[in-house]
Design a protein around this ligand. Structure first.
Ligand code: MN
Length: 460
């Protein structure tokens, strides 16, 4: 078990943070690597091998070769752990998210915090000294994929949190790609109209609830930190950055303060993306760092990118919860929604209790309309566990006929990172594997008491 004093080195009471979360992590969920490890490829190789073995511990590297450690990764590699991050049991994340989104908790700005215990700026500044990994062979270089970019709407001042890949380019320089065209991309366009750069703070190593909220695609008027506060059960404490007009979590590990240049572009990429392929599709932006602030003994948080369970689970947890909430409003019979890992972010399965003919089709259309990433949507009945892909495929095998139960929508807006898409559009496919009306076949079953007996016998 890791332990930290309840008091930070600056004398402030430690609030919920990455390190308080780590200190409470059960020992069986942590793999600690004390031997020296080269950050180029080896952390990625280890996490991918763990995944092949069906294991998903948080990985802690004590001694990255050539850098001041430690580095941790694979925080988000396990769905049940993600639920625990927001204080709910397995399967409870969507409900917790709905509640937090409905009742956000505004953050508060405090006078100072441990994330500013050390401030490096000017000639001493060299981001290359941070323990930044190189992940895949095709990557253009060392990348930060775990950084939460905090910026503000130039007109309204509403904060925005998001992830954008950052390629290390020089002592104070990163290449950035804003290709997901989110709010930060709109804010940069507006800053350009106002003839200025966009101030951005990159937060590395925050309470995991903040990471989860930063992955959400919520309305522009919503500050993702307020959802994070609701998920944590207390307002996120912020401090003002030293060199820019942006606030950041006071109990984070590292912050890079700087700006994305309005009018400068440079090649960026390729980088191993969530699809499992390297891509140099990039908006080719430049992020210039003005200051690095950190704790006195900072922990660097890395996210293994590409088609890793951690990257996909982090990317989709909030999205899945958000889409579930909106779908449920229109489809009261909706039971569960799963974006399976096998589909990267392009496939979704949902189960529902169908009350009338055609409801599954309505839900399929809604789902494909709500999330432009989706290109295969599958509807099943409530007796099918959508988190078990073999059950979904069984429902397709036994309750589905392609001529009757499938429809397609060609040339619909999609995510451009899908290598099989063309010109930003793809074909959406909906499969209705629910039982048709008048279905007379009964699934094989055993009495509930016999199943309970079997569970008891095996548990003892
Ligand atoms: Mn936003």
């Amino acid at each position: 078990m890791l332990t930290w004093d309840r008091w930070t080195s600056a004398g402030a009471l430690e609030r919920p943070s990455l390190r308080t979360w780590l200190a409470a992590l059960p020992e069986r969920d942590l793999l600690r690597v004390s031997e020296p490890v080269d950050l180029d490829y080896y952390p990625t190789a280890l996490v991918l091998e763990l995944e092949r073995q069906g294991r998903s511990p948080v990985v802690w590297f004590d001694a990255p070769t050539g850098f001041r450690g430690p580095v941790i990764t694979n925080l988000f590699g396990c769905r049940d752990r993600i639920a625990a991050m927001v204080g709910v049991p397995p399967g409870g994340f969507n409900a917790a998210w709905s509640k937090a989104q409905g009742q956000p908790l505004p953050s508060i700005v405090i006078g100072g915090g441990p994330v500013q215990d050390v401030v490096v700026e000017g000639a001493a500044l060299d981001v290359g000294r941070l323990p930044i990994s190189r992940h895949f062979e095709k990557d253009a270089g060392r990348y930060i994929g775990s950084g939460i970019l905090v910026c503000k709407d130039p007109d309204t001042g509403v904060r925005n949190l998001s992830y954008q890949r950052l390629q290390l380019k020089g002592p104070n320089r990163f290449g950035a790609s804003l290709h997901s065209r989110g709010h930060i991309w709109e804010h940069l366009a507006r800053a350009r109209e106002l003839k200025r750069n966009l101030e951005v703070a990159v937060v590395i190593g925050a309470h995991p609830a903040i990471n989860l909220a930063a992955a959400a695609k919520v309305a522009k008027e919503v500050d993702e930190l307020d959802i994070a506060g609701a998920l944590m059960g207390e307002p996120v404490a912020l401090v003002k950055c030293r060199t820019i007009d942006v606030e950041v979590p006071a109990f984070a590990e590292y912050v890079l303060e700087g700006e994305i240049l309005a009018d400068d572009y440079e090649d960026e990429g390729p980088y191993g993306e969530y699809t499992g392929y390297a891509t140099d599709r990039s908006t080719r932006n430049v992020f210039v760092v003005k200051a690095i602030t950190s704790r006195a003994d900072p922990i660097f948080h890395d996210i293994i990118p590409g088609y890793s369970a951690e990257h996909l689970l982090l990317g989709r947890s909030a999205r899945e919860a958000h889409v579930y909430l909106r779908l449920k409003e229109m489809v009261p019979g909706l039971i569960a929604l799963n974006y399976p890992k096998s589909g990267t972010h392009f496939h979704a399965y949902f189960s529902m209790r169908q009350m009338a003919k055609g409801q599954a089709r309505q839900a399929l259309m809604l789902l494909m309309g709500l999330d432009p990433y989706i290109k295969l949507a599958v509807a099943v009945d409530d007796d099918v566990n959508v988190f078990d892909e073999s059950e979904v495929l069984w429902a397709l095998a036994t309750r589905f006929q392609a001529d009757r139960d499938m429809f397609m929508v060609p040339d619909a807006f999609c995510n451009r990172l899908d290598p099989s898409s063309h010109d930003g559009v793809s074909t959406k496919m909906a499969l209705d594997a629910t039982m048709p009306p008048g279905w007379e076949f009964e699934r094989n079953a055993v009495p509930a008491e016999a199943a309970a007996w079997a569970r008891r016998l095996l548990a003892s």
